[in-house]
Ligand binder design. Sequence first.
Ligand code: ZN
Length: 243
Amino acid sequence: MERDFKRVAVAIKSEKGASSDRIISFFTSDGEIVKARCYGSRKTIKGLRIPLYSEGVISFYSQGSGLSSVKDADIISTHEDVKSDWRAEMLFSLIAELLLSSPDLDGRAYSLYLSSLDRIGEAGLYRVGIVFIVKFLDFLGLSSDYKVCPKCLREYSPDDVLGYSPTLMSPVCSECDETGSLYPLYPNARKYLARMIEVSVDHAYLLNVSPMMERRIFSYLLRLLHFFPQRLMSLNILERELE
Ligand SMILES: [Zn+2]
């Protein structure tokens, strides 16, 4: 394995390491996770500071297995917007958990992540959360098209209120519902989500929805994430914060 390598990457998680070191998880533009030690300032080594959510060209050094280390970083953007809102930080901590527990990601997930960071100030927490969750689950093949019940293959009629199937991790028709109607999805919300699946990420941000509906759909999606195969620690905290 090459010892030195360079990637366009973004810092998605930053943990305290020994002394003033940080252990940073980077998400690279080709969808890989690189975990690396970033040396803090010490007498012997010149410190390098890479704030969480920074995007840049990162030079790594790898000893073959385990942690790499960061040799140098040319930071393009630090996405300070995220840090001005505690709830936004919680959302991005949830997003980091989703990325870190999903193998086989690619450049599409990277663009989606970057557009979430870029838009949090303008589009707001709910919109960014909805677009990220819907598109990300779609990339993972865990999304339905919100048009046909994936269990009985019946096409939904315009007024159908959908149920949910934890087995399929998907909304289903009311007859196929496995939750005793605990996760209803109403027609307008369904139409919005169906449209979001069809359009590009940029277009998804422009879809019209009322602020109240936006909040409802966001909390609906958060509730569904409890069925995600890996346990997401930030989920409960974010949900409590939104109550
Ligand atoms: Zn069905």
